[in-house]
Design a protein around this ligand. Structure first.
Ligand SMILES: [Fe+2]
Ligand SMILES: [Fe+2]
Length: 226
């Protein structure tokens, strides 16, 4: 398959989204947006176990992200050494076995209920389709998974290409996208930890979250048995 590297930014799905949103405000963890992503002041200790379970998973995944970021930086200077290869492999294993299931659990056992609840209490965008803070984070899940798959394929492709120049070009692209992914993941976790989960704590009833937690625990348990 031939990939025109000059055209890739135009055809890659994530960038198409970015281009669609040209002119809109770019959020940063240091410059948090106004509604619907307003920070809520709820401490970790006062959150329901359903929410702290997700926060703890973020913490675990952050460790893998940090090592991956380091490996990607070293890759530019040192090339594919064994430790670098091991770190990259470890990250994609984590991506596949921890991050993707984590996002699916959030969607199934929190986002659905919270989205309905936010609509009920009027915390949503005007007009149609109705959007809440959940909608944005759900879209980020899709973007992150697409970007992860793209980077994985770029790394694989760069090792199979014959010409050194083409190899370096694809590798460069993989490194650039990997750096973007690291930032997106960190920002996403921050938004959930400081905005969405506190919002859930504020608006969902404790017994509703307990029921969701029980259902989620049952699913995890069933998977481990199979
Ligand atoms: Fe998430
Ligand atoms: Fe999350």
């Amino acid at each position: 398959m031939w990939i025109d590297l000059n055209e890739i930014d135009k055809s890659e799905p994530l960038n198409r989204n970015v281009q669609k949103n040209e002119g809109s405000k770019i959020y940063s963890p240091f410059d948090p947006p106004e509604e619907p992503l307003k920070k809520e002041d709820v401490s970790y200790e006062s959150m329901h176990t359903l929410l702290t379970y997700f926060i703890d998973e973020h913490q675990e995944i952050r460790g893998h992200i940090h090592k991956f970021e380091q490996a990607v930086q070293d890759l530019r200077k040192e090339g594919f050494t064994k430790p670098i290869q091991a770190c990259i492999r470890d990250f994609f294993e984590c991506f596949d076995q921890k991050l993707i299931p984590h996002t699916k659990r959030e969607e199934k056992f929190l986002f659905l209920k919270l989205h309905d609840c936010l609509i009920e209490i009027g915390e949503h965008s005007p007009g149609s389709p109705i959007q809440t803070g959940v909608t944005l984070l759900e879209e980020e899940h899709i973007g992150m998974i697409q970007m992860g798959a793209l980077i994985f394929n770029f790394f694989g492709l760069s090792s199979r290409l014959k010409g050194q120049e083409a190899q370096l070009q694809v590798l460069d692209l993989a490194i650039e996208k990997a750096t973007q992914l690291v930032e997106s993941l960190r920002l996403h976790f921050l938004r959930e930890d400081t905005v969405l989960f506190p919002l859930a704590q504020k608006h969902l009833k404790s017994h509703e979250m307990t029921t969701l937690l029980e259902k989620m625990s049952q699913t995890i348990c069933d998977k481990n048995i199979l």
